[in-house]
Ligand binder design. Structure first.
Ligand SMILES: [Zn+2]
Length: 106
């Protein structure tokens, strides 16, 4: 299951694009009733996963990202666009169907 979700998401972090240190993030955290279904899981690197950690949903995450980008010195318009981009990337990934895994092990 894990590998199929990575594959669906292109084997990279949906937030920063890194292609190693990948982990699965629960869009809606498990302790808040989030499921282990692919529609609730997407690929983030461990750094981005840790950053998102206590965001309760994608909107809250988007807001956190925005604040982070602004704190990093980006103009608010740019920060807002970047946060929106990432938000939609994750949202679209969750809607996609899981691919079949190739037989060979990567
Ligand atoms: Zn990342």
């Amino acid at each position: 299951m894990r590998r199929r979700i990575y594959k669906r998401d292109g084997w990279k972090c949906l937030c920063c694009g890194k292609n190693h240190d990948l982990s699965l993030d629960h869009c809606k955290p498990r302790d808040q009733g989030g499921s282990d279904q692919p529609s609730n899981l997407f690929t983030l690197c461990t750094t981005c996963n840790r950053f998102k950690a206590n965001a309760r949903n994608l909107s809250e995450w988007r807001h956190k990202l925005y604040e982070k980008f602004v704190a990093e010195g980006q103009p608010p318009e740019v920060a807002s666009l970047r946060a929106r981009d990432i938000y939609y990337k994750a949202k679209n990934a969750l809607r996609r169907k899981l691919p079949k895994l190739d037989r060979e092990v990567a």
